[in-house]
Design a protein around this ligand. Structure first.
Ligand code: ADP
Length: 643
């Protein structure tokens, strides 16, 4: 058994579908990997990237909240406001720290984590400083308020001191003027002194008023330069006033006036200096603004960092998406190629192997089987191949050959059976002429003895013709027993029918059958073999005689109709006919309704094959009332030729 046989159709189909299945499996594996990759990258984008981006956005928003809240802290006017803003900022900071921990959790992000933590720490310490500034500002505001209040008290004290003294001086001046009186002596030294006192006191009061005004204004100044200038101005006003106290030395109250005035000066410089306080306060506010600006910068750089991170994540996601798309595109091509490959393989398998090879060969085998089934034993059985179909073809060939041999044997057997029947008829046929010959010979001998040679000659001639008839019968029998030639020639139908009737003459006569033969010799010619055709007619007529055994009216009609190409011979009997149910089977081998020993059931089957070999057809038409008619159709031959 070679390799091809070993695999057979199943193996080959298995191989072909195995290849297609392999292509499908490979494609599926590629698809699997592609979707796995795609799924992973989408998952990664969804799980890591999108989460990271949204957390980063939240972190950036918190940064924005710090930038929004920090100015409010700086602008706080009460401790409760400061505490509220500080708590809000501390809360935001804590949330930001937690977010940083979440976003930059992985080891790979340690650098980013450290960077963001550093920035957050910077923001936190900036906010702490800012908070400290705000607290200091509160202290300054309190101190400012306190000093301003004290300044007002000091001013009131000064006025309380100076106003009575001015009144005294004015009184003394009035008194002095009265003393001198109109046209009196020149005002004395006391009056002058009083006037000088009054002037000094008025200057002190005016300077005091001006200084208080300047200091009070300075307490609320917002420009450091103007503050400085105002201070210089105040000092310039204050310094010359010291001289105004000199002439007042001996006046009561001057000491406490001087103390009041000096306490006013204490608000210009020294530890109660509202100028210095305000300067420091302005510096503190400036520092606060600086810290606020720094805070904005820090938050901004944190937000920039976050934006860069988000952009990096976006770029990463875009990259992953692009890579996935490229991979999918490549995979698409692979799928298309695999699909085309599978289709091509399927087409090749179905068209070339299944179609041409398998189906083509099975169809050819089927055609051969049908031809053999119809009895065409010369049907060609396709050969080639080395699979189950080839095995079937081999089996069919063997079957056909065996059938052919069996049929030849059966034909011969059938013929011998017919010969057996015939020999009985022929013996009967020969008996009669033999008896006639014997009586003629006896007569001839008597006539010769009586010297009547003419009479004897007639008898001898009659003997001769009887002997010739017998010889012809025997010759015919010999011819029939011979294996017929398979050649097709031109046959005189009337002659063949006459020969057959002649052979069956004795039976026909014995059984009292009326023969109506409408086929004269030399009129209708067909293509065929005389001996084979006669064998068929003998069989059909013999069957007809058998069938009419039990009927009263026994008639056998033989006729023929011819068209341009065909001749149809009709052999009709008046027997019981053939039942429609078995009409189809009468041509089957071994189909018989006769008793054992009377019929083999081969006659019509052999006849069928003979007529088919001659290129004709044989059919049975039956009517149970009218009997049976066999119709044999053969090709018409135009002219006579030697049989
Ligand atoms: P056999 O004569 O040995 O039975 P055949 O093949 O010659 O075999 O005939 C088959 C059968 O066909 C017969 O047994 C008979 O039943 C039927 N048959 C044939 N010819 C006639 C006929 N003329 N009338 C009735 N039946 C017939």
């Amino acid at each position: 058994m070679n390799l091809a046989q070993k695999f057979g159709i199943r193996g080959r189909m298995f191989f072909a579908f195995g290849v297609i299945a392999s292509v499908t499996i490979v494609t599926s594996v590629i698809a699997w990997i592609a979707y796995e990759r795609l799924g992973n990258s989408v998952q990664q984008i969804a799980r890591n990237d999108i989460t990271a981006v949204s957390l980063a956005a939240e972190l950036a928003a918190k940064g924005g909240a710090i930038t929004a809240t920090a100015p409010s802290l700086v602008a706080a006017v009460s401790e409760s406001e400061r505490r509220r803003d500080w708590d809000a900022l501390a809360g935001i900071l804590r949330k930001m720290e937690a977010l940083v921990e979440r976003i930059y959790a992985g080891e790979a992000q340690a650098r980013e984590h450290a960077l963001k933590t550093r920035l957050l720490n910077a923001v936190a310490s900036n906010l702490r400083e800012l908070d400290a500034v705000v607290r200091q500002r509160f202290w300054f505001a309190d101190r400012n308020r306190e000093l301003s209040d004290r300044l007002r008290w000091a001013h009131a004290d000064l006025l309380d001191e100076v106003d009575p003294m001015i009144d005294d001086a004015r009184f003394n001046i009035g008194l002095g003027l009265e003393k001198t009186g109109p046209g009196g002596r020149q005002p004395g030294g006391d009056l002058k002194a009083e006037v000088a006192h009054q002037e000094a006191l008025l200057r002190i009061k005016a300077a005091g008023n001006l200084l208080v005004g300047l200091i009070a204004r300075a307490a609320n100044m917002t420009d450091a330069k103007a503050l400085q200038d105002t201070r210089h101005f105040a000092m310039e006003i204050a310094e010359p006033i010291a001289d105004d106290f000199a002439p007042l030395k001996r006046i009561t109250g001057t000491l406490s006036l001087r103390q009041s005035y000096n306490s006013l000066l204490g608000y210009i410089s020294g530890e109660n200096s509202l100028f210095e306080l305000r300067r420091d306060e302005l510096e503190l506010m400036k520092k606060g603004q600086g810290l606020l600006a720094e805070n904005r910068k820090l938050v901004q750089s944190l937000q920039d960092e976050l934006a860069a991170d988000v952009e990096a994540v976006n770029a990463q996601a875009r990259g992953a998406a692009t890579r996935s798309a490229e991979f999918l595109n490549r995979t698409k091509l692979t799928f298309a190629a695999a699909a085309v490959g599978s289709i091509v393989i399927s087409i090749l398998v179905v068209w070339l192997y299944v179609g041409r090879n398998l189906v083509g060969r099975i169809t050819a085998l089927d055609a051969s089987m049908r031809r053999i089934a119809r009895g065409d034993l010369k049907a060609n059985v396709p050969s080639g191949g080395s699979d189950e179909i080839a095995d079937m073809a081999d089996a069919l060939r063997t079957f056909r050959d065996t059938l052919s041999e069996t049929q030849a044997e059966l034909v011969q057997a059938g013929k011998l059976a017919a010969l057996g029947q015939l020999s009985a008829g022929i013996a009967h046929e020969l008996n009669q002429p033999l008896a006639a010959i014997r009586s003629r010979a006896h007569s001839a001998r008597v006539l010769l003895e009586r010297r009547r040679p003419a009479g004897a000659r007639d008898n001898l001639m009659s003997i001769s013709s009887l002997a010739a008839r017998m010889a012809s019968k025997i010759n015919h029998l010999k011819t029939l027993a011979r294996k017929p030639s398979s050649q097709i020639g031109i046959v005189d139908l009337g002659a063949v029918v006459a020969e057959a009737l002649d052979i069956l003459q004795a039976r026909i006569k014995d059984e009292g059958v009326t023969v109506i033969n409408r086929l004269p010799r030399g009129e209708i010619f067909v293509k065929g073999g005389a001996i084979r055709l006669e064998q068929v007619l003998l069989n059909i007529i013999g069957n007809a005689l058998d069938a009419m055994g039990n009927v009263r009216r026994r008639a056998l009609t033989i006729a023929a109709t011819q068209t341009r190409d065909d001749v149809v011979i009709q052999i009709a009997d008046t027997g019981p006919g053939i039942d429609a149910a078995i009409a189809e089977q009468v041509f089957d081998p071994f189909f018989t309704t006769k008793d054992v020993g009377e019929g083999l059931g081969l006659g019509l089957s052999i006849s069928y094959n003979i007529i088919k070999d001659l290129g004709g057809t044989i059919k049975v038409g039956s009517d149970s009332k009218k009997g049976t008619t066999f119709l044999i159709s053969l090709a018409r031959a135009a002219e006579m030729a030697p049989a």
